[in-house]
Design a protein around this ligand. Sequence first.
Ligand SMILES: NC(=O)C1=CN([C@@H]2O[C@H](COP(=O)(O)OP(=O)(O)OC[C@H]3O[C@@H](n4cnc5c(N)ncnc54)[C@H](OP(=O)(O)O)[C@@H]3O)[C@@H](O)[C@H]2O)[C@@H](O)CC1
Ligand SMILES: [K+]
Length: 501
Amino acid sequence: MKILALEQIRKCEELTIKEEDMPSVNLMERAANACAEWITKNLYQVKRFNIFCGKGNNAGDGYAIARILKAKGFYVKVFSFNPKELPPEAAKNHKRLRELGDIELLSFEKAYELKFEENSCVIDALFGMGLKGKIDDPDFIKIIDFLNGLENVHKVSLDIPSGLYINDMYPEGTAIFKADHTLSYQFWKKAFLHPESGMYCGQVHILDIGLNKNYIDEVEVEHFISDDAKINSFFRRREAFTHKGRFGKSALIAGSYGKMGAAVLSVAAALRTGSGLVYSVSVDSGYHIMQTNNPEAMFRKGGNDFIDTITITDDEYTIGIGPGLGTEPQTQEAFANFLKSYNKPLVMDADALNIIAQNHKLLKHIPEGSIITPHIGEFERLFGQFKNSFERLDEAKKLAEELKIYIVLKDHRTQIITPEGKVYYNITGNSGMAKGGSGDVLTGIITSLLAQGYTSLQAALLGVWMHGKAGDFAAEAHSKESFLPSDLIHQLGEVFKLLNK
Ligand SMILES: NC(=O)C1=CN([C@@H]2O[C@H](COP(=O)(O)OP(=O)(O)OC[C@H]3O[C@@H](n4cnc5c(N)ncnc54)[C@H](OP(=O)(O)O)[C@@H]3O)[C@@H](O)[C@H]2O)[C@@H](O)CC1
Ligand SMILES: [K+]
């Protein structure tokens, strides 16, 4: 799914109205109907709604929803801010509400006297995507603070929680409504996907309001959601009449004394992802651990307690390097020599990235088309600190282009960044995956996919998607708190079953 810029959403809205030859207020009605339907279906225990309207079309959505919910028999109160200043569509809906006469239209001040019943619902229609600068009007700050302080009520934002920008970091010191649910129209927005703003959105639900399909198909964007449709468009089923040589050879260069778990996990993940052959290049002191845990893998010694020799050449295997490698001087040297002589795309994680962070000259030796998979800490060690995740992403786009590599920036919503400057947000997975070892599993999965002939972009997209899905299945089976990175590996079979359906 594409993520559109503000002007593109406005253009799409305009074109929809023009092509369908309808009054613009009809589109607002469509949006309001979609929200009312979602609310009545999903918050079915709620009988009372208190709707807070600002001064733009977001308020118009709020007025229209008030009318629709009232007609369905709910108790509805509307609180507004000086509705004289409304744009035409919102003004029409405000007028209709006034003419109906059976809904209380109140000022914000009245809200402070109201008893908000348990299980009632507050709807935030204060600001939508038209907000500029900060919310610094004292009336709005006061009402937002007050609503954020309410307990035991459901909180729903229309389009976007008031105070946030759709695709950028919000300004410091602004007031922001904190939603339990955000009902947004047609497209994901970057605000829902970055931690600083995402924490205000609660659960995000994207409602189809039938915006112009041709425009959406054709419009050029840089940001995407890596959704099921994208994954299914290139996932390949395993054919009959085949043999192990067809599915590539993976080699995981990983592990050191005390860090064999990382190596074991990455090798196991590569095996479970379907690579025809998997080699472990690791240390002698971890030999028994590796062979006992992963008897299907072959072993090649790269050192005694830490790796000091890497003798793999380009045409042998597809390589994943880094998990549990350590940063001993001899390992650093072996890694540097290896990187200088190796030219095929590879997957790099963890200590491979930490070694590069200590020797930036190595950056230019990363083979074109490689995939690096830093978490935020590793990214910052490599490239410095950033004010926020939006700025970090902008820098990652520049770096991916400059170095001609794919960056998998691991975060709550992991971003896959291409050398062409495109960004794919992954939306599978959950907070239970924030555990040591989770990244080692991802390295194994992506390496295995790359070995099987997926392109670097496909391997990164599919690998991150599968890893997240496995996390969702593991959370279902064992809880987010309790599942382990090894459970992710055990769930990969379920993930493949789903992909093969
Ligand atoms: N996408 C779609 O297809 C559809 C979208 N729809 C809906 O339209 C919404 C967008 O509507 P919108 O453009 O009127 O913006 P919204 O945020 O409601 O109001 C902005 C108002 O606030 C004002 N204002 C700005 N900054 C301010 C500040 N710092 N402090 C104080 N005031 C400030 C600003 O003033 P101005 O800048 O004009 O002077 C203006 O009066 C969208 O989010 C969705 O809900 C649906 O109805 C139909 C289908
Ligand atoms: K809102």
